[in-house]
Design a protein around this ligand. Structure first.
Ligand code: BG6
Length: 520
């Protein structure tokens, strides 16, 4: 079993760099009683702590509206860690050490007194735990509170940082998605937060960017010689990006009814995957060079005129199927809801590299399998050298980058079958992340929390990126608001989505590829 193999015996793990520790700091989580804190933030922090990747004295302050004591909050976090971390808390002496650095502060988000008490608590923590006046604020509250919280931080003198504060005395703010509800509200929110903070203090998070395999896409493209020369319209027929979830909305009906899949997945995660797949090589891997290239390619995505939205922007909603309830039967969902739980789109990128190469994306809840994959479909060979019967089992080359699960990269190509006759068939070259490195990729939030503590915003979104992404999806949102959805539900839970998504592909003479099988 790989998991039992000693790391030192796995050749590909030899020489793995141990990253530099960030300087001590306090993380304040606004909305600390919510799901994100329990499922992701505190479990990721404890995994980092167990791996000795957090600095001494690192402290967490939960800030939320519910009344509770420090001890109650610590108990809740212990239960969350037991459920969601790799490193468990119960019977683990390291938990007690970590828990000594967890505090709770009850306050309404609009109450100036709460922020004054927070300022006092943070000063005390600095002197007792040596956190060097470094503060990371995490906005994990309901998005309508973001501007208010930032304004209150400013008013309480908690957001100011000196121009030279790169190590001691820094203030940074991580803002969870959704950043806005459409283009106008995102622009407005940017104005509001930039009235208090400098852009360099703002970390707009998209957890997909923290996934190892998403970063691996950059390594694949720009760390190798052989792919980049082929990565363009001369060799690529089209690109398919699928982000399929088998889960439903997991009790988040209230949120999902106002969001829908276009906002929840496409504006953020999917457009990030498109940008990383399609961007030009940055001049370096520093944050602004990477952001510049991502924005450039997003700006080259052709806005969809209404006529095209009608035909090439497909929305779906799941109904009951495979013993699973339909979306409309989920808690806090209207019985006649018109919210989409599935989106498929054809995008065109109007630039030199991608002219004429469509990007097809699809994402949805309650699909038949959980799989996120970027598939690069190459063109057929220019001249068919082999007889048609010899190559009938061969398809043009496919490079599949599996983001999750079973992270890896697969290349499909033609080979001659053994024997006297010339018969070709498809074969695969596989890289499985877990097998090669003997470990599963870490949790995205671990990477992103550490990056923010270090002051590295490469894997976060800059203002113009978020606004450009919204400018692409807002016309679709508006069109969908104005026109009634197709007859919903239009796909069964556990299926591959609505028939209209297959028709979208068929109209261009293509079809959705079945994602690569999981590792043996
Ligand atoms: C979140 C969405 O941002 O991403 C969820 O709000 C979605 O609806 C989730 O399920 C998917 O993330 P992952 O990491 O499970 O692919």
């Amino acid at each position: 079993m790989l998991s039992q193999t000693k790391p030192s015996l796995i050749p590909m793990r030899v020489g793995l760099a141990s990253p530099r520790l960030p300087l001590p700091s306090t993380l304040v989580i606004f909305g600390a009683t919510g799901d994100l804190t329990q499922r992701k933030l505190v479990p990721s922090l404890f995994d980092l702590f167990c791996a000795k990747r957090l600095p001494d004295g690192f402290t967490v302050v939960g800030f939320a509206r519910r009344e509770k004591s420090h001890a109650q909050f610590r108990d809740e976090m212990r239960a969350a860690v037991d459920q969601f971390s790799r490193c468990k808390a119960t019977d683990n002496p390291r938990w007690d050490e970590f828990a000594r650095g967890i505090f709770y502060l009850q306050s309404e988000f609009h109450d100036a007194n709460g922020y004054a008490r927070l300022a006092q608590l943070l000063d005390e923590i600095d002197s007792t735990r040596g956190t060097l006046n470094n503060r990371l604020f995490y906005l994990a509250a309901a998005p309508e509170n973001y501007a208010l919280i930032v304004a209150q931080l400013g008013a309480a003198n908690l957001a100011q940082t000196s121009l030279t504060a790169s190590s001691v005395g820094w203030r940074r703010v991580i803002i969870e998605k959704p950043f806005g509800q459409d283009l106008a509200s995102a622009v407005e929110l940017n104005h509001q937060v930039l009235a208090v903070l400098r852009e360099s203090q703002i970390y707009r998070i998209d957890h997909y960017l923290g996934k190892e395999t998403v970063q691996n896409l950059l390594a694949l493209r720009f760390g190798n010689t052989i792919f980049e020369p082929l990565w363009n319209r001369n060799y690529i027929d089209h690109v398919q990006i699928s982000a399929a979830e088998s889960v439903g909305i997991e009790g988040r009906g209230g949120y999902f009814e106002t969001a829908g899949t276009l906002r929840d997945m496409v504006q953020s995660h999917i457009l990030q995957l498109v940008a990383l797949t399609a961007m030009e090589p940055p001049v370096s891997f520093d944050a602004s060079a990477v952001h510049d290239e991502k924005v450039k390619v997003m700006r080259a995505i052709r806005p969809m005129p209404r006529d095209e939205i009608r035909t090439s922007a497909i929305r779906g909603q799941y109904g009951a199927g495979n013993q699973l309830p339909g979306y409309r039967a989920e808690p806090r969902v209207a019985p006649d809801s018109g919210t989409e739980t599935y989106v498929a789109l054809r995008m065109n990128i109007d630039n030199w590299r991608w002219a004429g190469v469509p990007f097809f994306i699809r994402t949805g809840k309650r699909l038949s399998r959980r799989v996120t994959e970027i598939m690069i479909q190459f063109k057929p060979v220019p001249h068919p050298l082999f007889a048609q019967e010899a190559s009938q089992n061969v398809e043009p080359n496919v490079l599949a980058v599996r983001i999750q699960p079973d992270e890896g990269i697969h290349l499909k190509f033609a080979a001659k079958q053994p024997g006297q006759t010339t018969q070709l068939r498809d074969v695969r070259m596989d890289f499985f992340y877990k097998e090669t490195f003997g470990m599963a990729p870490g949790e995205a939030y671990e990477t992103l929390l550490i990056d923010a503590m270090r002051g590295d915003s490469t894997l976060f979104n800059r203002r113009d990126e978020v606004e450009t992404a919204w400018s692409l999806v807002t016309p679709i949102l508006e069109y969908w608001n104005e026109t009634p959805p197709p007859v919903f539900p239009n796909y069964a839970a556990g299926s591959w989505g609505p028939a209209a998504a297959d028709e979208l592909m068929a109209r261009s003479g293509r079809r959705w590829k079945e994602p690569e099988p999981d590792s043996p």
